[in-house]
Write a protein that binds this ligand. Structure first.
Ligand SMILES: C[S@@+](CC[C@H](N)C(=O)[O-])C[C@H]1O[C@@H](n2cnc3c(N)ncnc32)[C@H](O)[C@@H]1O
Length: 252
């Protein structure tokens, strides 16, 4: 069963407090600090419902989004600020081909973590490299191994209020596989109206966590150069064993 299928319909509600505006500010800061070229075109790998792509298009960039999930892309299209920008394409970031090089490639909100095998990751990095102009920037965030092993993933239950007195409960139950550097997160979404279950979604997401030396090695094997990694919440901080999400800055 594919992931981000029925889950897609609830994605924007579940992540309504995620601050995409702040993240786009951060992306722009990185562009101006690290890029050798002016950034006008952006390829968004794993664009999802267009949280970054649509905002960046609104800020004047020409954005191309790619995602495996038709359902996520449809939601992104419905929120598009302009009729022709961003363009959204269904495809796999490991292999999709555009006849174009972009000034920047972004891959935001743990999309890299879904590439669990070494081959998947190298193919994703090689494809980012193929679509990136020399001097351009590749940005991605991922779960940071030292923190995942230190803090350890735990079961989380969240409740969301929907319109028409519907309630959504999300139950996330992780199981860590320390020999594969991954966490299998079992998501159950239950939609309830007046004590009656109206919808039920169950998906297992396999999420890989990463260590900086392996990221460097795989980027190098893909033609890219690792520049630095920061705490995703605070770009002035280096990652520590308490930094669950890191932001990696890469150049071609
Ligand atoms: C957590 S969502 C992030 C979406 C978006 N970047 C955001 O910040 O909201 C992960 C997305 O990555 C997509 N994805 C995962 N692996 C992919 C692949 N190999 N090719 C294309 N999309 C992929 C999923 O379909 C999903 O939409």
């Amino acid at each position: 069963m594919s992931i981000f299928y029925k889950y897609a319909g609830y994605y924007d509600l579940i992540y309504k407090d995620k601050d995409y505006n702040r993240e786009c500010n951060m992306i722009e800061q990185i562009f101006s600090k690290f890029s050798d070229i002016e950034i006008k075109t952006i390829l968004d790998f794993g664009c999802g419902t267009g949280g970054h792509a649509n905002l960046l298009a609104n800020r004047g960039y020409k954005v191309t989004g790619v995602d495996l999930s038709d359902e996520m892309i449809q939601i992104a299209l419905n929120k598009r600020p302009l009729t022709d920008n961003p363009t959204f394409h269904k495809g796999d970031i490991k292999e999709i081909l555009f006849n174009q090089e972009f000034d920047a490639v972004i891959c935001m909100f743990a999309v890299i973590g879904y590439q669990v095998e070494n081959g998947d990751l190298i193919n994703t990095f090689k494809n980012a490299c193929k679509h990136l102009k020399k001097g351009g920037i590749f940005i991605f965030d991922c779960w940071y191994g030292p923190a995942v092993l230190n803090i350890k993933p735990s079961t989380r239950i969240k409740k969301f209020q929907l319109p028409d007195s519907l309630k959504l409960i999300r139950y996330a139950d992780p199981a860590i596989d320390i020999n594969a550097n991954l966490v299998r997160v079992s998501y159950d979404l239950i939609v309830i109206e007046h004590d009656i279950v109206k919808d039920y979604v169950s998906e297992i997401h396999k999420m890989r966590y990463f260590f900086i030396p392996e990221i460097k090695l795989m980027l190098q094997a893909s033609g890219l150069t690792f520049i630095s990694a920061y705490d995703f919440e605070n770009l002035s901080m280096e990652p520590t064993s308490n930094t669950w999400n890191i932001l990696c800055i890469v150049k071609k």
